[in-house]
Design a protein around this ligand. Structure first.
Ligand code: SOE
Length: 387
């Protein structure tokens, strides 16, 4: 048994479940240099946190994150809470000498993200690692897209089209949630899912967004408030709450290479359930990927004889691709949850070898700056705004 990495997870919602699957599966799928141990899960509601500990296999549950991050038997702090608590928890955990994995977006503001990136830089000097949870970088098709672009297979990148479309708010009577409260979430579709489109664009192209022109829109301004703790759909509403974030974000971006990009993030794309899509157009070809068909990368090679041209479907399940050797034979497919195991694998290996895992908090700050620029542009009649 290799040395242990004792993990404390702060939070236990949907992302808490996804991260728990990652902590449980990664040591079984990959030969890790350190063995993660699911030591303690932290949440304010004792009953919910205890139930999450039992369901997902956490040895203990606790209510006070400040006490937990100081414990000598905790090595890693995994933050899966809403964005309004990321900075306070991450900075305290790094100061306490704990490695940190923090959900995206990194923070609710550039100022917070800057403080986190500075704390991570200082901690790195003490051998402490920090990572932000943009897991779609860890889908094999996304890494293949990056590698093919880097190898020049589509030539010079001219345009990028990136969108993340969901439809869970298309019903005007869908109830309020913390994701619709600016104080908790920081922004709406822009930060929650637009952040993924921005990070993926920067990751696969190896460039950064330098200026944007955008619009943010709230389509439904108030929604039913379900009884506190009901958790059940159809529970009698107790009044209505104000939506204080964007429902839709649409913006144009200029990349540091000079290429142009268009972005869309929406929770009103009726019929689109979790459609993170990106298409990269180069002068020698194109690549396209869609999370709703996540094992396939579409590739158009414009250098082929015209009679053979068209988008081909690459099934990205061969063992030669990153991460695949840990799973199934070719063609057996990976799912949404596998990215969270890949995230654990890369974090554990980075901690063991003493290097900063990507995406770093600096990468997270880079995305935060784009989010902020879109908000400033939208407030200035969509004027072109520097990141
Ligand atoms: C929003 O519904 C959400 O859960 C995002 O918060 C996640 O980051 C994304 O991976 C799936 O959709």
């Amino acid at each position: 048994m290799s040395a242990q990495l004792r993990v404390a997870m702060i939070g236990h919602g949907f992302m808490g479940a996804a991260h728990s699957v990652g902590w449980r599966q990664a040591p079984a799928a990959f030969d890790l240099p350190l063995t993660p141990v699911m030591s303690v899960i932290v949440g304010r509601d004792a009953d919910k946190t205890s139930a999450a500990a039992d369901r997902w296999g956490w040895a203990q549950h606790a209510a006070d994150w400040r006490e937990v991050i100081e414990r000598d038997d905790v090595d890693v702090v995994d933050i899966v809470t809403p964005g309004d608590t990321h900075a306070e928890i991450a900075i305290a955990a790094l100061a306490a000498g704990k490695h940190v994995l923090c959900e995206k977006p990194l923070a609710n503001s550039v100022a917070e993200a800057q403080s986190m990136a500075e704390a991570a830089r200082d901690a790195a000097g003490r051998g402490i690692r920090a990572m932000v949870g943009f897991t779609y970088r860890r889908v094999p098709a996304a890494t293949l897209m990056r590698d093919m672009i880097e190898a020049g297979r589509i030539g010079a990148v001219r345009q990028v089209r990136a969108s993340y479309r969901q439809d869970w708010l298309a019903d005007a009577e869908a109830p309020m949630t913390w994701r619709l409260d600016k104080d908790r979430a920081g922004s709406g579709a822009l930060g929650d899912i637009g952040a993924h489109a921005i990070d993926l664009t920067q990751f696969v192209t190896g460039t950064s967004v330098t200026e944007v022109s955008g619009i943010l829109e709230t389509l439904v301004r108030e929604r039913p408030l379900l009884a506190e703790g009901s958790g059940l759909s159809g529970t009698a509403a107790e009044g209505r709450g104000e939506v204080t974030v964007d429902d839709v974000a649409m913006f144009t971006g200029r990349l540091s290479s000079g290429a142009l990009a268009s972005f869309e993030a929406t929770r009103f794309a009726t019929g689109r359930k979790n459609a993170l899509e990106i298409e990269i157009s180069g002068d020698r070809g194109a690549l396209r990927w869609n999370l709703e068909d996540m094992n396939v990368l579409e590739f158009h090679d414009a250098t082929r004889p015209s009679v053979e041209q068209g988008f081909t479907r690459i099934l990205v399940t061969e063992p030669d691709h990153p991460y695949l050797s840990g799973w199934w034979p070719a063609g057996h497919m990976l799912g949404y949850e596998h990215g969270f195991s890949h995230q654990v694998k890369d974090l554990v290996e980075a901690i063991s070898t003493g290097v900063d895992p990507h995406p770093t908090f600096a990468d997270g700050l880079s995305v935060q700056r784009v989010l902020d620029a879109v908000e400033r542009s939208s407030a200035a009649s969509s004027a072109w705004t520097a990141v």
